[in-house]
Design a protein. Sequence first.
Length: 104
Amino acid sequence: MALRNKKNLGWKDNKVLQTLIQPRVLPFTLTFSCMAVLFVTIRMKSIEQAYQLDGLANAMDKAIVENKEIKAQRARMLSVQRLREYAEKFNLKEPGPEQIILIP
């Protein structure tokens, strides 16, 4: 196994960097770098919006369940049996035919 000579090379001696910053290659390098940054940014934004959408969906599901519970509570409060109990409690009677007014 051959040992390599390890030299402490600076960035100016790096062949890859020298190739990437050549005048003919630099526009492609910059374009690719900008596209990579934009891709990552757009992807992160889409993930953030997916989390927001999921949170809104959960809030909507909770609101639907709460709405159903309130409707059930209202139905219990307005049941015929409960209304009759209120009528007995407050000494109320059913209205007679002359007391009923129909509005067209």
